[in-house]
Write a protein that binds this ligand. Structure first.
Ligand code: GDP
Length: 494
């Protein structure tokens, strides 16, 4: 067992090829060094030495700037006094990115935090998370040694009291500041290039980045070099998003070079970042490993099926969706033939809010073999409920231990599982959530193997800043950013 383990004898596999620091005690957070053991396959990609070096220096930055340090106190004082000018001008001053969690599903909250983390690394800011109902602390271990990534007091005593009320209408948003012209002026430089400034004034002490699905044209100017330059001088950035912004960051010319160096293999960005940053807390990890041991570990081949249905029925069941799952599984040979499971060492893990699909799949396969398993059936999605979130997180991690994945399109829950696994799933197309009507026929084909384990970014900016018009085709700007297979207006890294 790992009882006596010390970080001194951790293997390269446990450290995910150098991705993880050995600076933590293994007992404090078991998942951190144990997760690697749950993947039979060799990881598809090793992290680049450059990424590893960036992570080590970011850890030093988090420690130097984190809550309780002198630079943190100084930055807080400046925030209170509303003084942006003096901030970030001394050598040991620090700049911050606060990622605000809010009422979105756990998959959305996870891809948001991963996105914020990458942006913090790129812009050399300390990442702090403002949790949603204590979610982050209950679900995850601390990712950075010798400091905390949690905004103290859950943000309750943070000088900006209204953190959670920030939204697309807030006057402190980058979009609003750009709309009101007076604050930002764009001046033509000597060589004809344009440069922007805060109208000759010092930068504001904080700017809110509204990057959720509802972001408008001005909010999305965030993805322009000019605005990136502006933001550099702002000590505090507050970010609210429910999306996987990373493909959008690759489209910002001034960020691209660094990103390409960090990630020579573009389809492993979420894989590396999530495995670096997210470590289920001991209570969650206990649930994951116990379920795995009792139901899944004996299987030679494990197939994960993630079924997500949006239309408003309670519990959400749909014969069409079941038919789609079975038709995909047959067509792609994902499941053992009916009645043949006893001769197979294949097991199936089903996740869904409803137990109905699980029962039907179990009946279809006729039991036997490694069996069909479903850890929970929560009925309805709930917000701000930690025990409910813990079960959702467990299931994302259990799915990520599978050898093959069949997921539902458009679902960030599935994205997290496939990304953690580094697996290209078979994905079932489905209608967007705002179409309340259930589908009446199985799409043809019922599913397709996607080109990448990367999550889809559902709300990219189509504006090509330098050209001052929209991209001709956002899926053709760079070879490794394409339109998503499940969401036609989204983009993903391949
Ligand atoms: P998305 O809405 O499909 O993009 O995924 P999210 O994770 O953002 O939101 C869905 C939420 O519903 C999850 O976070 C869970 O709270 C709940 N949920 C949906 N599907 C499942 C499931 O298969 N298992 C569990 N335990 N919860 C689920």
């Amino acid at each position: 067992g790992s009882e006596g383990a010390t970080s001194a004898n951790l293997t390269d596999d446990q450290l995910l090829g150098g991705l993880l620091t050995a600076a933590f005690s293994p007992q404090s957070c078991r998942s951190r060094y144990e997760f690697a053991g749950y993947h039979k396959r060799k990881p598809p990609h090793k992290p680049s030495p450059y990424l590893v070096a960036k992570l080590r220096s970011h850890e030093a930055l988090q420690k130097r700037c984190g809550p309780g340090t002198a630079p943190y106190d100084k930055a807080l004082r400046q925030l209170k006094s509303g003084d942006g000018a003096a901030a970030a001008d001394g050598d040991d001053d620090c700049r911050y990115l606060v990622s605000i969690s809010y009422n979105r599903g756990l998959g959305n909250r996870i891809i948001a935090i991963v996105s914020a983390f990458l942006y913090a690394v790129l812009t050399e800011r300390a990442l702090l998370v403002a949790p949603y109902n204590g979610d982050v602390a209950a679900l995850f271990c601390e990712p950075f040694p010798g400091t905390t990534w949690l905004l103290p007091d859950g943000g309750r005593r943070f000088p900006l009291r209204h953190l959670r009320d920030l939204d697309g209408k807030s006057k402190e948003s980058l979009g609003a500041l750009l709309k009101s012209n007076g604050i930002v002026s764009v001046a033509a430089g000597v060589n004809g290039s344009t440069s922007s400034s805060w109208s000759g004034r010092p930068p504001p002490p904080y700017v809110y980045l509204h990057l959720d699905g509802g972001a408008d044209y001005h909010d999305k100017l965030f993805y322009c070099d000019e605005q990136q330059r502006l933001l550099r001088g702002v000590p505090w950035l507050l970010m609210k998003t429910d999306s996987y912004l990373v493909p959008g960051l690759f489209l910002v010319p001034s960020l691209r070079g660094e990103l390409e160096r960090m990630f020579p293999e573009k389809d492993a960005v979420f894989h590396h970042l999530s495995r670096y940053l997210l470590h289920p807390a001991n209570a969650v990890w206990h649930a994951i490993t116990a379920y795995h041991r009792d139901h899944l570990a004996g299987a030679g081949h494990l197939v994960g099926i993630q079924i997500r249905v949006y239309h408003e029925e309670t519990p959400p069941v749909s014969q069409v969706v079941l038919d789609q799952v079975l038709s995909c599984a047959r067509r792609e040979n994902l499941l053992p033939a009916a009645g043949n499971t006893s001769s197979s060492d294949q097991a199936v893990l089903v996740t869904s809010l409803s137990s109905w699909y699980y029962e039907k799949i179990r009946d279809e396969l006729g039991g036997g073999g490694g069996g069909v398993h479903q850890p929970s059936h929560e009925g309805l999605q709930r917000m701000g409920d930690t025990a409910h979130d813990m079960r959702a997180l467990s299931e994302m991690y259990l799915l990520s231990t599978c050898d093959a994945l069949l997921t539902t399109g458009f679902s960030t829950f599935g994205y997290v599982a496939q990304g953690l696994a580094g697996l290209r799933p078979w994905i079932m197309p489905r209608r967007p959530w705002w179409e309340k009507e259930a589908a009446t026929a199985v799409p043809d084909p019922p599913c397709a193997r996607v080109a990448t384990p990367e999550p889809c970014f559902h709300s990219p900016s189509y504006y090509e800043c330098a050209a001052r018009r929209n991209y001709d085709d956002i899926g053709k700007v760079v070879p490794y950013v394409r339109r998503c297979e499940d969401v036609s207006w989204g983009i993903q890294l391949v």
